[in-house]
Ligand binder design. Structure first.
Ligand SMILES: [Zn+2]
Length: 327
């Protein structure tokens, strides 16, 4: 999420939280309507079928993704960042799934803003997250409590997920985009299938803005934590930003053939009618095409005119914040 932050940043501290939440909600709905029209959607719904796990990709707003994580055997399901509850519940009903769990990556409205409405329509869900600011979004008392507890992750997460579908191997705290941001790494019991939900920390070819954190923190998140996952891990991020990110990646590394090839592939996906999501990528791919995952590479350091990894991360983010692709 981008421009609204500056717009609402100044006033949000002075207004009751319910007012700013309503304003943010309106902003996202209007921008989605402008881009997509009435009942529009930015991508077709797709699914990734694994042996034990299935991921359903549900587009939302103008460029968000929600995800259903389905246990193939039991049909028990978790939803990630359900900003559009009606879309989620329709998909659950259509596929005969049993929704039990909500995983929130961070507190921004376009990720956590659907919680209250979802819980009103489907009471009893367990909500997991890492940020006590959910309190400002919720009004309902039961959720209020569980979300409040979830701010002391990962203990609560580990306790809460014992009954769930797959095995949560790790819950990464990745503060920077927001201070309470979490990434969820999930595998099946044999660790053959591996996936990570990265919210607004890691995107295909890019990373989230540093709204509440530092270049050091994003370095820790991307290089020390996410890059350490097995290369085959599939990456499901919070937004469809692939082409914008890859355009910037090509600007940083004009000679990088992996980026050029991925641009071709993503363009074909996005020019399909209707457009097809570019997620998931893999950790291996991100290490080849994502400048923010490549801050230690000589070509990226040369572009940033520094050999200090953190300085490179900072310089890339600053440049990307102002980057406009030519197309
Ligand atoms: Zn965000």
């Amino acid at each position: 999420m981008g421009g609204w932050q500056s717009m609402f940043g100044v006033i949000s501290g002075r207004l009751p939280n319910c007012v700013t939440q309503a304003a943010v909600a309106t902003y996202f709905r209007v921008s989605a309507f402008r881009k997509l029209g009435f009942r529009g959607t930015h991508s077709i719904q797709t699914r990734q079928q694994g042996e034990k796990m299935q991921i359903q990709i549900l587009p939302a707003l103008s460029d968000n993704y929600m995800y259903l994580l389905v246990d193939e055997k039991s049909k028990e399901t978790a939803v990630v960042d359900p900003v559009e509850p009606d879309t989620v519940l329709r998909a659950i009903k259509d596929a005969g799934l049993n929704l039990t769990t909500v995983l929130i990556t961070h507190h921004h409205w376009d990720h956590a803003g659907g919680n209250k409405a979802l819980l009103a329509k489907a009471p009893g869900l367990t909500v997991l997250g890492g940020d006590s600011r959910y309190l400002y979004i919720y009004k309902s008392s039961s959720l209020y409590f569980s979300v409040c507890l979830s701010s002391i992750h990962p203990v609560i997460l580990q306790v809460s997920i014992q009954y769930t579908l797959s095995y949560f191997r790790l819950v990464f705290t990745t503060p920077c985009h927001t201070s309470g941001h979490i990434c969820y790494y999930v595998t099946d019991e044999n660790q053959k299938e591996r996936i990570v939900f990265t919210g607004d920390t890691l995107f295909l070819g890019g990373c989230g803005r540093f709204f509440e954190g530092t270049a050091e923190q994003m370095f820790t998140a991307l290089i020390e934590k996410l890059s350490a996952l097995p290369d085959i891990t599939k990456v499901y991020s919070g937004h469809e930003y692939a082409l914008q990110n890859l355009a910037y990646g090509e600007h940083v590394e004009p000679e990088n053939q992996y980026i050029k090839d991925k641009i071709q592939w993503c363009r074909a996906q996005r020019e399909s009618v209707p457009p097809i999501p570019t997620v998931p990528s893999t950790i291996a791919e991100e290490k080849l095409i994502n400048p923010f995952m490549r801050v230690q590479k000589p070509a990226v350091q040369a572009h940033a005119k520094s050999t200090d990894d953190i300085e490179v991360m900072r310089a890339l983010r600053t440049e990307k914040d102002n980057f406009k692709s030519k197309k």
